[in-house]
Design a protein. Sequence first.
Length: 354
Amino acid sequence: MKIAIIAGDGIGSEIIEQGKKVLRTVAHKYNFDFEHKDVLLGGSAIDEKGVPLPEETVEICKESDAVLLGAVGGPKWDKLPGNLRPEAGLLGIRKALGVFANLRPAILFPELAGSSNLKSEVLGNGLDIMIVRELIGGAYFGDKNRIDIEGGKKAWDTIAYTSFEIDRIARKSFEIARKRNKKITLVDKANVLESSKLWREVVEKISTEYEDVEINYMYVDNAAMQLIRDPRQFDVILTENMFGDILSDEASMLTGSLGMLPSASVRGDSFGLYEPVHGSAPDIAGQDKANPIGTIMSAAMMLKYSFNMTAAAENIKNAVSQVLKEGYRTLDIASEGTKVVGTEEMGDIICKGV
Ligand code: NAD
């Protein structure tokens, strides 16, 4: 297994170190080898190479089977022009790697139910929803313009999808659902949008090839409501770019804690770019305060989705769950009666539980 590792900026190096530690521990336990190369992206790349996305980084990521990324950005680089900012490196690497599906799990461990805004009876034994969002089509990339009209202006954005774009992400979602609870909800607005009607047609057709996976259809306005009313009804939510952007943020708030959440950006093969959903948290960088669990869970997603090592991935998730059960918390998720530990110690305790 060849893994490119991008620590990035701010808390990036602290959390990535814990991710690597956990990977080394499971590699030893499950008897596999991984070779990793550290590469630069974002602010650290600007400082060393003068650009946020050095050519060498793109090449090494392309030669790898998967990429694990910490976070990029920080006030030091905020005044640079847009194309030279750390975030340009992040968008650039996603584009260069051709990842078209964003997987955003909303996982709430029962021990952290107090961090959610929802009532405990709605959360039950915790949550584990996977939102699969189309990443490079739809309104954000469609034809858009602004013109002057008599007495005012007119602006438009177009939601356009080809059956090819829907087909590839739908197949990916069915494969993902097979590794989970075998249930997909396609979220759309097929009662009014033509593009949504095409999504339904394509997904319905593909579903006949995956008869072991249950498929449901739901309008996006209802889905936004159901996520709050009864989030446990969902397993995999498949949706287009803009609906996914909104629903994944809504779902992440159900879990209450940014530092816990992993994500992946994937394409048709087994390659993936795995990263926590939070940023580089410059306010706590270098203080051993960052929560490494989002990164550690991203490493677990990498094992599951890029390397098909479901048992090792489950092992990591169970170790995290156990550590939380024993009352260990980083500062961001601490509550009364829990034991506060630093980034490094949290990594060490999770390794012991693997
Ligand atoms: P942020 O996610 O970095 O931080 C928001 C708040 O959450 C801060 O108070 C921070 O201390 C806390 N936080 C975040 N991750 C944490 C963790 N693992 N453990 C404990 N606390 C954590 O968002 P921001 O402050 O808006 O952005 C800071 C920088 O990160 C900016 O330069 C931004 O552009 C960048 N950013 C990068 C990414 C990425 O690399 N994918 C994503 C979002 C923001």
